[in-house]
Design a protein around this ligand. Structure first.
Ligand SMILES: Cc1ncc(COP(=O)(O)O)c(C=O)c1O
Length: 392
């Protein structure tokens, strides 16, 4: 009986992040693959969470999240994007961005629906869409070219992929893995698109506070028409160097939130209370969000400058804590083979960008690009660069 158990996700194995982290461990490599910092969250935040436990914040939080955290999220989003969400009916605290995305997809899409993904796409979306019984339709970005070494989104192509069955478009800016951010003209294009095709937008903004070169993060919810259609998802994991705390949130119009909460209440019910109480207090009392982009920009520049002395060519990163490197000088082959080779030969682990496509082995998914994570101590980045300089 167990041998014949049909799988709901027959093609899903362990993720590339798990695989490359295991290889990094085996090879004692520096892990610039999986996206997590090798430094701790701010002291004041750790104190706020510990004190929350000592002060008795240890039993179930309300299903939608602690009121003080929802209030802090509402005022943060309002000052970032000028959009006011109701703490009662439009904000839900979730177990990381992961749960917000999964709960949204399960609640809002139906068998027979199509959900548009823009490739390369974070690996969680497609399996979640499948579990919801819907179908992922993938629209590729234009890959980097010699005369324009950046990924570009063609909104006409996105629109051309829409059908009467399209229920939702998944957005992820700042974008993992390319580091692309949304510009005003992208929001213009999205407004025109939503006007013609009023689908839902699932906007994964996990890296919302890491945007470089003096630019601000532009969320679809900064435009009233788009806000009506958007589920804004974010996470405190990247923002507070605390990826293991798995605390995030989603904001959406009340009738949409009502459906998301129906799934949320039966998957996690509520999220760790002391984390919520500590984060709420920290958001009220500290002003570290504004420093984050500058902190990461220095790391981006350190890595990009150092890479110029290696055979890898860095591409420009506008946001997130990732940058892509062009490995063309190392010869041809699948990106995954290159990533494994780099880990084994010089001891630096990375993630092949092909892993963010439906089929990582296909030529359309392989552009000789690897993703490096620079959420690392300067000493770690320098050590990785020293190893990469030895690359033949
Ligand atoms: C684009 C993107 N979305 C969502 C997540 C998951 O966030 P969390 O750890 O808060 O669940 C990640 C984590 O790497 C991510 O890169």
């Amino acid at each position: 009986m167990l041998n014949t158990l049909p799988s709901k996700l027959p093609d899903v194995g362990s993720t590339i992040f798990t695989e490359m982290s295991a290889l990094a461990l085996e090879c004692r490599a520096i892990n610039l693959g999986q996206g997590f910092p090798d430094y701790p969250p701010p002291d004041a935040l750790i104190r706020a969470v510990s004190e929350a436990m000592a002060q008795g914040h240890n039993q179930y939080a309300p299903m939608a999240g602690l009121l003080q955290l929802r209030e802090a999220i509402a005022s943060k989003v309002q000052s970032q994007h000028g959009h006011a969400y109701s703490v009662e009916s439009e904000i839900t605290v979730t177990a990381g961005a992961t749960e917000a995305l999964m709960s949204s997809l399960l609640a809002l899409t139906h068998p027979g629906d199509e959900v548009l993904l823009i490739d390369p796409a974070y690996d969680l979306y497609a399996p979640s869409i499948r579990l919801a019984g819907a179908e992922a339709v993938r629209v590729p970005m234009r890959p980097p070219r010699k005369d324009d070494p950046a990924f570009r989104i063609d909104w006409n192509r996105v629109e051309a992929a829409m059908t009467p069955r399209t229920r939702m478009l998944v957005l992820n800016f700042p974008h993992n893995p390319t580091g692309l951010t949304l510009k005003p003209e992208d929001l213009d294009a999205l407004e025109a698109l939503i006007d013609r095709h009023p689908v839902l937008l699932l906007s994964d903004e996990a890296y919302e506070h890491i945007v470089f070169d003096g630019c601000a993060h532009l969320s679809p919810v900064s435009r009233p028409l788009l806000a009506e259609h958007t589920v804004l998802v974010s996470s405190f994991g990247k923002t507070f160097h605390a990826t293991g705390w798995k605390t995030g949130y989603c904001c959406a119009p009340a009738h949409v939130t009502k459906e998301i909460r129906k799934v949320h209440q039966f998957t996690v019910f509520s999220v760790s209370t002391p984390m919520q109480a500590g984060i709420a207090r920290y958001l009220r009392e500290s002003d570290t969000l504004s420093d984050l982009s500058g902190f990461y920009q220095k790391k981006r520049d350190r890595l990009a400058t150092g890479l110029k002395e290696t055979r890898l060519r860095p591409l420009h990163s506008e946001g997130t804590f990732f940058l892509l490197v062009d490995t063309a000088a190392l010869g041809t082959g699948l990106e995954k083979e290159l990533a494994v080779r780099l880990t084994r030969e010089v001891g630096v682990a990375s993630i092949p960008v092909s892993a963010f496509y439906a089929d990582p082995a296909r030529p359309e998914a392989n552009h000789q690009l690897l993703r490096l994570c620079f959420a690392k101590l300067d000493a770690t980045l320098d050590q990785a660069l020293e190893r990469l300089r030895g690359l033949n």
